[in-house]
Design a protein. Structure first.
Length: 328
């Protein structure tokens, strides 16, 4: 078995089918083979034979035997075991990636054949930027959890790009122009970058009307989902370092500093919607040099019909529409 990663979902699905077609546990049924693969995934995700057994209603001994048989049939060690830990080998990590994607496709195929009649259940893994997730994805998760008691949501709030297959995620929320990929993309809305400051700061320092005016103002640099504001030197405007009153790696902190009157902050429009609505911050001018950024929902091809994914999309679209972020 090689350690080459397969990015194309059809190739990954073919990989699983080949395993089930006599190359793995040849004396067992296809369903037994699928259970073996799911057992491996559970052990890998929980880094524990005992916890995997609890999740699957199996004894640790049965789990251990299943993994040992899997490794024997593949001729590869997938897991390193010690008395204190269980971790993936390099081959095991690659095998896990392929199994997750392949079984997701198989589950999706079963759902499609059943006509999508199943209700959301099991685990739904969603990843989103930290602040956007807190403000706009948590309400979606709460509603889904209340509506579907058999659904468990694993929410990964991370200010970095997450590979859906590597992280075992079903859905990713991105706020950026995205390159073409094998993932299915659904555009949900859009945001833009804006400058703002508190009424007290503007009363004391005057109101800038253009990017050039910002050279005479105190600036707050914050990091959002896309890292530091590398584009602040727009249209030839440069800021001496003495005018950067605060540089902070957390946008919540940058916004709080702006509300306190420390200076002018540049954010995405959704990040300060609450502060603008309550009058704690005021928009200064449109940042016309920065393009509108789409809000996109990404998922693997073939997963849109899965009950968990379908339910999330429906609730997310309604929530963003009510939040004035949905434009399509």
């Amino acid at each position: 078995m090689t350690a080459t990663k397969l990015d194309d979902n059809l190739e990954i699905l073919h990989f699983i089918i080949v395993i089930l077609d006599g190359n793995l546990c040849g004396d067992g049924s296809t369903m037994d083979q699928l259970r073996t693969l799911k057992t491996f995934i559970s052990v890998a995700e929980h880094a524990s034979f005992a916890e995997a057994g609890r999740q699957l209603s199996m004894s640790p001994t049965t789990v251990s035997r299943a993994i040992a048989a899997l490794e024997a049939d593949l001729g590869v060690q997938l897991l390193m075991r010690t008395t204190r830990s269980v971790r993936l080998t390099d081959e095991g990590a690659d095998f896990l990636t392929r199994c997750r994607a392949g079984i997701a496709e198989i589950d999706g195929a079963f759902t499609t054949v059943r006509g999508g009649r199943s209700i959301p259940r099991g685990i739904l893994t969603v990843t989103a930027p930290v602040m956007f997730g807190r403000l706009h994805i948590m309400p979606v998760v709460v509603e889904l959890s209340q509506q579907y008691p058999d659904l468990q949501v694993r929410l990964l709030l991370l200010d970095r790009v997450v590979n859906l297959i590597d992280e075992g995620a079903d859905i990713a929320i991105r706020i950026a122009d995205l390159p073409d990929s094998s993932l299915h993309m659904l555009r949900l809305g859009e945001v833009r970058r804006i400058f703002s400051a508190s009424p007290a700061y503007l009363a004391a320092r005057g109101r800038p009307t253009s990017l050039a005016d910002l050279r005479d103002h105190d600036m707050i640099w914050g990091e959002d989902e896309y890292g530091p504001h590398r584009g602040w030197g727009l249209n030839g405007v440069k800021w001496p370092s003495r005018q950067v009153r605060l540089s902070v790696n957390n946008m919540d902190a940058a916004i709080s500093a702006a509300v306190s009157g420390l200076g002018v902050v540049r954010t995405l429009s959704y990040q300060i919607a609450g502060e603008v609505a309550t009058g704690r911050l005021e928009h200064l001018f449109a940042d016309d040099a920065a393009p509108v950024l789409p809000i996109s929902l990404l998922f693997q091809s073939g997963r849109k019909s899965h009950p968990n994914v379908r339910a999330f999309i429906e609730v997310a679209k309604r929530h963003l529409r009510e939040s004035s972020l949905q434009t399509v």
